[in-house]
Design a protein. Structure first.
Lengths: 106, 106
DNA sequence: ACCACTATATAGTAAAACAATGTAGTAGAA
DNA sequence: TTCTACTACATTGTTTTACTATATAGTGGT
């Protein structure tokens, strides 16, 4: 699906956090996961800016490790603040989604 | 609910269009409708910028009429382009919402 | 050597929502 | 009659976020 840019604003952060919460991962993998999920337009640059933002907010722990197939990978995991932030994100998302359904069915 | 700013980006346009599609209305009424709906943080300035944007995109027909309780009101209705745009919005929203549910339940 | 794939990063731009402020009309109270 | 509250629209400037384009770099195959 294309043209989701504006709708994704605000959601992408949560989407990335949620994916990381399933287990340690890194930018390149996340990018391809999102594209496979159906967010075709997502490019690497976007994911890396999200990750650096989340890191700057103190929501992730980071560890660089070698890869056998290319340059070093930067592995991310949620920390406690990240878990809390993610929970809060879902509360807001659920609120919005419920209101949207309500609006649509009026 | 507060702090929805970023999540609202991209959705607010659709929300406003959807509300207008229920019948002719104007900015001030829309603002208070949204606040009553639960989007507490929405202020008039935001709604007017959305309306002017939608108008500029050619999605609305506009008519100014007097009011007995204040200055003139600017009444909006969806035109054919607006209906099409709204339909497209819901397709994108449904896609996103479905993916979000999928992500969350993984 | 060259190319494809893997992997991270950043500078610049555009879009959208908010904050703050200004302008105006109506009506009721002091 | 002046002031206050409510109604109503609009604009300027700021922040946040995602995209575009580009740069850098490691690995492996031809």
């Amino acid at each position: 699906m294309q043209g989701l840019t504006e709708l994704l604003k605000g959601s992408l952060e949560g989407i990335v956090l949620q994916h990381i919460s399933h287990g340690e991962t890194y930018g390149y993998e996340i990018t391809h996961y999102l594209i496979d999920l159906g967010f075709e337009d997502i490019v690497e640059g976007t994911v890396y800016t999200v990750l650096l933002r989340l890191e700057k907010k103190g929501l992730l722990t980071v560890e660089r490790r070698k890869s056998t197939v290319g340059p070093q990978r930067k592995f991310y995991q949620l920390n406690a603040a990240g878990e809390a932030y993610l929970q809060d994100f879902w509360i807001k998302w659920d609120f919005l989604a419920q209101k949207m359904t309500q609006l649509k069915e009026d």
